[in-house]
Design a protein around this ligand. Sequence first.
Ligand SMILES: NC(=O)c1ccc[n+]([C@@H]2O[C@H](COP(=O)([O-])OP(=O)(O)OC[C@H]3O[C@@H](n4cnc5c(N)ncnc54)[C@H](O)[C@@H]3O)[C@@H](O)[C@H]2O)c1
Ligand SMILES: [Fe+2]
Length: 406
Amino acid sequence: MQLRGNWNYPTSVRFGAGRIAELADAVKSIGMANPLFVTDPLLAKLPMTQAAVQSLSAAGLSAKVFSDIKPNPIEPNVSAGVAAFKSGAHDGVVAFGGGSALDVGKLIAFLSGQTRPIWDFEDIGDWWTRANAASIAPIVAVPTTAGTGSEVGRAAVVTHEASHTKKIIFHPLMMPKVTICDPELTVGMPAIITAGTGMDAFSHCLEAYCGPFYHPLADGIAVEGMRLVKENLETAVKDGKNLEARAHMMSAAAMGATSFQKALGAIHSLSHPVGSLYDTHHGLTNGVFMPYVLVFNRQAIEERIERLAAYLGLKPKFRAFLDLVLRLREETGVPHTLAGLKVTDEKIDTIVDMAPKDPTAAGNRMPLDKRGAAPSSNARWMGGCEGALSPRLGSSRPSRDLTNGC
Ligand SMILES: NC(=O)c1ccc[n+]([C@@H]2O[C@H](COP(=O)([O-])OP(=O)(O)OC[C@H]3O[C@@H](n4cnc5c(N)ncnc54)[C@H](O)[C@@H]3O)[C@@H](O)[C@H]2O)c1
Ligand SMILES: [Fe+2]
């Protein structure tokens, strides 16, 4: 089967190897003539990125590059980008990269036409209606990782430095007008980033599927997204040039972000403070927390997980799915505890305090309060196991309790 297609859900997606060649056409198709090309500093140096920029100028589009973006982007990255957008009189954004560059690109397009500060548009209630929708610039998105799904999402994540908090900024028109999903662009992704971004896609599907709201459309997308990760992540990590595995992972990423319109949960609630306090990779951090959160939520999600396990070709048992998660992590090199991400234990109280306040906590089946988020004081959190949050207690391998007690 040729892994290629033109999709119109959730936005216009040109999917398939080599389709980056259509970038200039995609830009012109939405009336953009002078895009700001937003990427990160590492990607800006890669030949594939330079080729994409050149393809725009060859087509008569005067694209300038903005790349002052750090992983886990911060607000000054966005305001510097907005200044570049305005000084170059740009009329749209090409966002090219992983979630960090895509999110900043989307935020530049969004904020370039607003008078209010970025934090007024946090994803709270109807705050998005504060925006002047007519002034939001169009976006063409080109992912180079396969995880966040930001290329098909209406939100962007940015760190509020003063409070070390990852905030979600939302507006329906932050959805890119056109997305080019070209799996060839992910071939050079390092194995550990492939693993981490793959776990991000998996966690989006899993948390959406387990969320407490009625949304069968999202559920259907999420289960197939998880199947694609199960069948392809290990190959993508170990054989990065395998385009079939890369293509399926790219689809799974888009499916994760499409399904998490329903909900995210405690994996993200815990991962967000760790990412903003320690600058860990988002998807890898999710991967560390995943089995612990599964065990924590077990009584509320067991029946759903059994159905999911059956769909995935596993024994229809919670334990079979938990084993799959543990195996996936081990085979792709995702650490079992935060110690493996060089997170020390000095800020654990802060993390425990922040996690229940993260907006994603509301989408977790079991109430995530401070007691629930605590690593050692609460046996429920770990299902009687060692603490994921506590590197002092955490070993580098799953404990007997986690692997056998479930
Ligand atoms: N908007 C959303 O809905 C959403 C969802 C989940 C996560 N996020 C956010 O996205 C960010 C994480 O994004 P990410 O996981 O894609 O990582 P990233 O964008 O931070 O990239 C990680 C590293 O990989 C490099 N890289 C990217 N593509 C590459 C390639 N093809 N070849 C070689 N190197 C490459 C980057 O230069 C960077 O150094 C976090 O800030 C996270 O909070 C957003
Ligand atoms: Fe995520």
